[in-house]
Write a protein that binds this ligand. Sequence first.
Ligand SMILES: Nc1ncnc2c1ncn2[C@@H]1O[C@H](COP(=O)(O)OP(=O)(O)OP(=O)(O)O)[C@@H](O)[C@H]1O
Ligand SMILES: [Mg+2]
Length: 256
Amino acid sequence: MTERLLYVEGLSVSFDGFKALDISYFGLNERELRVVIGPNGAGKTTFMDVLCGKTKPDTGKALLRDRDLLQMDEKGIVDLGVGRKFQTPSVFGSLTVFENLLLARKADRGIFRSLFGTLAGSERDKLVAVSETVGLAQELDLSAGLLSHGQKQWLEIGMLLVMEPDLMLIDEPAAGMTDEETHKTGELLKALSKERSVIVIEHDMEFVRQLDSLVTVLCEGRVLTEGTMEKVQNDPAVIEQYLGRAREKKKEESRA
Ligand SMILES: Nc1ncnc2c1ncn2[C@@H]1O[C@H](COP(=O)(O)OP(=O)(O)OP(=O)(O)O)[C@@H](O)[C@H]1O
Ligand SMILES: [Mg+2]
């Protein structure tokens, strides 16, 4: 049986009278991977901002299981098990990969006393396991500043993972990555969603195809359609509003 993790209804956000988000319904199951696509300014990031408590909506409901996210602050939402990754990576470059993971763990547990206090073996094992999951086991002692852009993104995903979230919100993870890094990221996200739910915002259609999950198309703040990539990419409204434009843009870029 699939159980619902997230239930969103009538969610709207306005900025100075401009409606950036207007989602009548959005549902996500436990251990579901969902991709959100849509043109620039469609409201994708704003949707994540609302789910993690960064932006307060004007109207609507957002329930995680039976808990009302809109009544909670950002910290409360993290504690409830929602982890958010922003568009640009923000790791501590002068600390090692291991120290970055440790810091995320300690921040989550509220034990900030010292970075290098005694660490239980089981805690260390957990961090090492996370580094293996995100493909950084060989880089544990390397300064994070020396990682490639893709590796920094993976480290940040690792820093979310140590908090053991039930829902991960990941904004454009593949932006700026090489093809190989993009592919690895896709496999990582698919693996992660076997144990928790993941919402990914993405523009790279090749990557979206690889994720092989349900796709929600946002446009001007609304859900334009939802379905498999196959269904969505053949939807005339999607082609008109988004894919057509994206293709034109790509053509222009390749001409430039
Ligand atoms: N804090 C803000 N104040 C005013 N307007 C905002 C704010 N945040 C977002 N917007 C506007 O809301 C709309 C939706 O923005 P949002 O960043 O959610 O789009 P997006 O789908 O993530 O786009 P992109 O693909 O470019 O990242 C845009 O028109 C944007 O300019
Ligand atoms: Mg965005």
